[in-house]
Each structure stands twice: as C-alpha cells, then as structure tokens.
Write a protein that binds this ligand. Structure first.
Ligand code: NDP
Length: 501
C-alpha cells in the first residue's frame, strides 16, 4: 500500500465515523454547547488529518457540569440502591457492546493504536464496567463489637460529585477505570477527557442516555489548563481522580488540597525489568518487547529499562532484537499491524529529542531510532528503538520517554540489580525474568513498585488493584480496593437503652 492509498483509506474512515455523529460536551444527560466559540481539533495521527472539531468547555461550563452532577446526586442518585446501580451499569455495558465496532474504529483513528489493540482495549473497558456492576452489591459497612447497651457500626458513603481526568493513551479503558468504581459506589461524575483523544469517552457517554438519571455522568472536553484546573479546584468536587503525567499530578494535588479533597493519582513510571541468568530468554525478551512496544510505548507502566545479568547480556540482546523485529509500523486500520504512530505531535517530537539525547549522552543506538517507510511518512511514527551501554545517570534511563525506546543496562549481583531497579523516583511496575520461583518471590518483595510481573507483561485484570509506589501515584484504580477511594466511612454509635426511660 502506498502513501496515497493510506490517505484515501483514512479519509474514508474519518468520513464514515463522523457523518451523522456529533461530538460535544455532555452535561445533565444531553449534548451541551458551550457559549464560547472555541473548538479543539482532534487529529488522526497515522495521516495527521483532522478527524473533527469539538466545542471546548471553559470554567463556566465546569460550573454547570458540577451543578448538574450535584443536583443529580441530591435528587435521586444518592438514594439509589446498589442493585439498581448494578442493573444500570449492566444495561450500559450491553448498549456499549452493541457498538463495539464503532468504538473500536473511533479509538483506532483517534489514538493511532493498531485496530487489534484498540478492539482488545474496548472489550477490556466493557469487562471493567461489568466487574464494577458485580461489585455494587458487595459494598457494606462493619458491625463493631461494643457493649451490651451500645451498638456500633460503620456506613460506607459516597462523596457526592467526583472530578475525574483521563489521558490520551488509553481513553476508553481509563474512562471505565474511573466511572466504574465511582458510579458503583453511588457518586456522580464530571470527567475531562484529554483533548488529544476525546472521541470514545464522548461517544460512550452518549450511549449512556436514558440509562442513568440525567447529570450522573458529565463529560467536559477542553484544555487541562482551563477545564482540568477548574475541575480540580472546584469546591463542590469532593474527590479527585487523575491519570496523567507526574508534573500535572502535582498541580492536581495542590488544587485539591486547597479544598481538602482526597486524590487518587495514577502517574508515570520508568519501569525496570530484571533479567536473571537462568531466565527463558526468548519468553522474557518477548514479554519486555510487549512491555515497551505495545501501544507504541505510550504506556504508563512501560518496561523502558531492561537490566540484564552481565553473563547473558549478548544472548539476551539477540533474543530482544528478534522480538523487536516482530513489531512493524503500519496502518493502524490493518488487522495485522502491530505498531501504530505516536498519538500526538508533541509526543512524537519529544521522543525524537530523547533519541538524539541518547546518542549525545554516549549510549549506543543498536536498533531503530528512525521513522519507517515512505508510505507512512505522513504519520507520527517512530520505529522500535533500542539503546545499549546505558547507565542510570543518563536522562534516557531516568526520565519517562513515553515512546518505543528501550534502554538496556547490566548488573552483576542480585543486590546490585535490585538497587539499580529501585534507583528511580517512580514505582509503578517492575518485571522479573527467572525460572527460580524463590528468587522471583524474593525480588517481587524487594522491588519498589505497585505491580510486579514475573516472566510476563500483562494482562491487566479488573480484579487486581493498579497503582504506583513513590512518585508514580497515590491509591489505585481497579480492584475491589478502588471502591474505597470513592467511599468515606461513617461510624455510628447507638445507645441501646430504652430511649423513653
Ligand atoms: P498530562 O498530564 O498533561 O495530561 C493528562 C490529562 O491531564 C489530560 O486530560 C490533560 O488535559 C490534563 N491536564 C493537563 N494540565 C492540567 C492541569 N493543569 N490541571 C488538570 N488537568 C490537566 O499528560 P500529557 O498528555 O501532556 O503527556 C505528557 C507526559 O505525561 C507523557 O510524556 C507521559 O510521560 C505522561 N503521561 C502519563 C500517562 C499515564 O498513563 N500515567 C498518560 C499520559 C501522559 P489536556 O491534555 O486535554 O490539556
């Protein structure tokens, strides 16, 4: 397929998904048109053609959305029974399932993800909502042993209106990581999607029409500096949940601190994978390649730092390059494409800068580093890239690149390997390659990370908490545990003596 074929194919696909569609903010159960006449344009990164322009909200529209969410909470949502919420969430999942192809194509075009990956994430999003529907009826307080004339118990209560902000790298999946637990626990939401990939969040919310009461879900597209800032500073937003960069996470926390709203933060990482001498090298190399090249490396838990025992470094490198070679850049609309473009132009430029920096810092570029074939020249593509001779002081080894760039270092002893792995301010995930079960358990305990994979990358199960240690975040998404981030606990003491005497 040559350049003009890809352009034509994407023009057709864009026309198909935008004809008859109207992507606007969603407030109080309906499409909402802000007063200000400002739009944000979302781009198909494979061909850098605009997909559509979306009316952008401002802080006044955030006020309207927070009010709608607060009214919905007070009017009826706070009083819904868990079983009713479960039924609504299930209805929504069923409607979304009927639109799987549409949502998959939207996600593919808006983010540049290969369509097979987009489909997998859309299905995972459905599964996440389904999981939270099943948890609605498990939310209970405790009875507390007191005394004969005293009954003490706890109630788990929602906060009311929660503010949620999601990034552009996993739009529909992260939407459900946020809305699933928030709605299951009885909160209402005002959610800001990323301006670079807002389409599936908007469409999925439109598909909730007439399922939830008006105002329970509100979506306010707009810039982070305007809408994100207004949302996290809003005094009526009683809980904030954010996924994105470490830098913005800090701002979000400061905003929330001004009105003492609790925060859940899922930030970036510089995740290490330790490869021990006994590892099954082809299996482990494949896991690490998936961990850095899936989604073009725009993954918060990307395995971007491979730390290999020096005795097997050469063998490992051969196995890793073979696995990297399996990833080829292509048209995201092709079922057999394994790697698409980066999602944004800023990200493309930033990754290119890191590749130049890696060369300047003295590491050795042994694979990739360029942009692929002529037929893809219109897109923001970066080839799978590998640097060796890296040490932990180099910026490519300690800063989050958020692209398909692998760095390989070596270690000598177990202690040195663990020290190198933990020598980062981040702590989202870590990996271990070994056949020795005792060693795997020991390293899993010693690694400072919220998620540890042994001989694998993924899967991400809705049942398992997902969150970072150190500067990778606070709290977690997913799992039963995330329900607690959307609930506050009330203790009730009840005197059992006859109140009439
Ligand atoms: P950001 O942290 O800037 O964006 C994430 C979300 O936060 C977006 O919805 C963004 O809005 C919003 N936002 C931006 N500024 C503010 C603000 N002042 N107050 C509240 N919300 C705000 O990430 P980027 O998209 O710019 O990506 C840059 C880097 O962040 C990447 O290189 C990567 O390192 C990291 N990242 C990590 C992610 C993760 O999953 N952990 C996800 C995405 C990025 P908008 O973009 O619409 O302006």
């Amino acid at each position: 397929m040559d350049n003009s074929d890809i352009l034509t194919r994407h023009e057709d696909a864009i026309t198909e998904i935008t004809t008859d569609a109207k992507f606007t903010p969603w407030i109080n159960g309906k499409q909402y048109l802000p007063d200000q006449d400002v739009t944000i344009e979302t781009i198909d990164p494979a061909v850098t053609l605009p997909i559509t322009a979306i009316p952008a909200c401002d802080s006044g529209d955030v006020d309207a959305a927070v009010k709608a969410a607060g009214d919905a909470y007070d009017r009826e949502w706070a009083a819904t029974l868990p079983a009713e919420r479960a039924t609504m969430l299930r209805k929504w999942v069923n409607v979304l399932r009927d639109h799987e192809d549409e949502l998959t194509r939207l996600e593919c075009l808006d983010t540049g993800k290969p369509i097979e990956q987009a489909r997998g994430e859309v299905r995972a999003a459905f599964d996440t909502l389904d999981y939270y529907a099943s948890l609605c009826r498990t939310i209970n307080g405790d009875q507390i042993a007191a005394s004969e004339d005293l009954h003490a118990y706890t109630r788990k209560e929602p906060f009311g209106v929660v503010g949620q902000i999601i990034p552009w790298n996993f739009p529909i999946w992260s939407l459900t990581w946020k809305l699933g637990p928030a709605l299951a626990t009885g909160n209402t939401s005002v959610l800001k999607p990323a301006q670079d990939a807002p389409l599936t969040a908007i469409r999925a919310t439109q598909l909730s029409k007439n399922i939830f009461p008006d105002g329970v879900i509100n979506v306010v597209p707009g810039t982070g500096s305007d809408v994100g800032n207004a949302l996290t500073s809003h005094r009526d937003v009683r809980k904030v949940s954010f996924t994105g960069s470490r830098k913005v996470g800090e701002l979000v926390m400061q905003n929330a601190a001004n009105h003492i709203a609790p925060v859940t933060l899922e930030l970036g990482s510089k995740s290490p994978f330790l490869v021990f001498p006994d590892a099954n090298l082809s299996k482990v190399a494949q896991a690490i390649a998936d961990g850095i090249y899936y989604s073009s490396g725009e993954i918060c838990d990307a395995f971007s730092r491979t730390i290999v025992h020096k005795d097997i470094c050469e063998e490992f490198l051969d196995a890793f390059l073979a696995a990297a070679d399996e990833y080829t850049c292509g048209d995201p609309l092709d079922e057999d494409t394994t790697m698409g473009p980066l999602t944004t132009e800023d990200q493309y430029e930033s990754v290119q800068e890191y590749i130049s920096l890696g060369k300047k810092e003295g590491s050795n570029l042994v694979y990739g580093g360029g942009t692929p074939a002529e037929s893809l020249e219109h897109g923001w593509y970066v080839e799978p890239t590998v640097f060796t001779d890296v040490d932990n002081d180099m910026r490519i080894a300690c800063e989050e690149i958020f692209g398909p760039v692998q760095t390989i270092q070596t270690f000598d002893s177990y202690e040195q390997g663990i020290d190198l792995a933990n020598d980062t301010r981040y702590g989202l995930s870590a990996g271990i390659g070994t056949k020795d079960i005792s060693l795997a358990h020991r390293a899993a305990a010693d690694l400072e990370a919220g998620i540890v994979y042994v001989n694998d990358y993924g899967p991400i199960l809705p049942e398992a908490p997902y969150g970072g240690f150190k500067e990778s975040g606070i709290g977690n998404d997913l799992g039963e545990e995330s329900l607690n981030h959307y609930l506050q606990t009330k203790s009730v003491y009840m005197n059992l003596e006859d109140p009439t005497r």
